[in-house]
Design a protein around this ligand. Structure first.
Ligand code: GLY
Length: 362
């Protein structure tokens, strides 16, 4: 008995010493953004065009990073990043959205808070400058998750949103794409080459995840067509226990695979079966950050491979509860960027342009 008491006392004495010696862990944050994926040809990308895309991606990344690095919320960071891309005519969201067959711009967006999985979405809206803000207002100020068309616009007016003239969203490049599509009897893929949807995912210092996505859909869309971007689970998903995902691509395929939820569900399953843990970094025999990043990358790549197997293409961005910022796409390029508390800060367009390591420790 004496021996047992002595052993317990020794163990108790050694615990506080260990705890005191351990350096306090630096709170982490992480942000990833995208401005669409697609068949991007490096030879067709002039230095001026590239610089313009990179500048707007960097502005979006900086706006979100500033909020996160100052201790702000993931939800605020993703909205700040997405608003900049919605306001840029370069991306297919907000200003610069593609045209429908009937020559209108119809906007879709969704947002999800990983803390409580509250979500908001809007579809087919024509007069709201920043659809991501309306989606968030659906989340916070209605008892619904998704509103569409005239109803969503009436809700926007009731909540104080200005009515933006539909002409604001129109750009010459997008109008020409519609005209060419009709004249040459092309599909929207032939004419778009890239999808241009925008999105952001973030982890804040409190450990909360958030995801949001905004788009004009696909050129020449008809009959009130809605893609994956405003559908929670397809284009957007966030759950503090697993990941935050935003997708860009051929919406019909992302809807059929349920891409964003599928990736998070796989990460939850890997945790439940002890193949993956976000809770034990630094513990003896626990996988290190690079091993965890590789497992998460594999899960995202496997879901994107399912999209490809069905005939679809596009990409996703995701962040994990540990701050891994990961991309997966089956196209030649994806407008994208990521920044973390560890000092990573980069934007990229074509495949393989980012730094080799994407773990939060590098
Ligand atoms: N991924 C956007 C859309 O298909 O509408």
């Amino acid at each position: 008995m004496k021996k047992l008491i002595a052993a317990v006392a020794l163990a108790l004495l050694s615990q506080p010493a260990l705890a005191e010696e351990a350096a306090p862990e630096q709170a982490r944050w992480s942000l990833a953004i995208h401005g669409g994926a697609g068949t991007l040809d490096p030879n067709a990308m002039t230095p001026e065009k590239r610089a313009a895309y990179e500048a707007d991606l960097q502005r979006a990344l900086d706006a979100g990073s500033k909020i996160l690095s100052e201790g702000g919320d993931a939800m605020d960071a993703i909205k700040a990043a997405i608003i900049i891309m919605e306001d840029s005519p370069l991306f297919n969201a907000g200003k610069g959205a593609v045209f429908t067959w009937d020559g209108t711009n119809e906007l879709d967006a969704s947002i999800m808070d990983g803390r409580d999985r509250s979500a908001g979405a809007i579809a087919g809206v024509k007069t709201v400058r920043n659809p991501i803000l309306l989606a968030d207002t659906v989340r916070t100020q209605s008892e619904h998750v998704m509103l569409m068309g005239a109803g969503a616009e009436a809700f926007a007016v009731e909540k104080g949103f200005a009515v933006t003239p539909p002409e604001y969203f129109a750009t010459e490049a997008r109008r020409e794409a519609l005209e060419r599509m009709k004249a040459e009897k092309l599909s929207s893929l032939d004419v778009d080459h890239k999808f241009g949807t925008v999105g952001a995912v973030a982890l804040d210092m409190k450990g909360n995840l958030a995801a949001g996505t905004s788009t004009g859909g696909m050129t020449g869309k008809r009959w009130g067509r809605i893609g994956d971007a405003p559908v929670i689970g397809a284009g957007t998903y966030a759950d503090n226990s697993a990941c935050a995902v935003s997708a860009t691509g051929w919406g019909e395929y992302f809807l059929r695979v349920g891409v964003a939820h599928e990736i998070c569900a796989r990460l939850r399953f890997l945790q439940a079966t002890n193949w993956l843990s976000f809770d034990s970094p630094g513990e003896a025999n626990a996988p290190d950050a690079e091993e965890i990043a590789a497992t998460v990358q594999e899960a995202a790549d496997a879901v994107m491979a399912e999209v490809a197997d069905l005939g679809g293409d596009g990409g996703v961005i995701l962040v994990t509860p540990e701050g891994h910022a990961i991309f997966s796409f089956n196209t030649t390029g994806m407008y994208r960027g990521r920044a973390t508390s560890a000092g990573l800060n980069e934007v990229a367009i074509f495949g393989g342009e980012e730094r080799a390591s994407d773990t939060p420790d590098h």
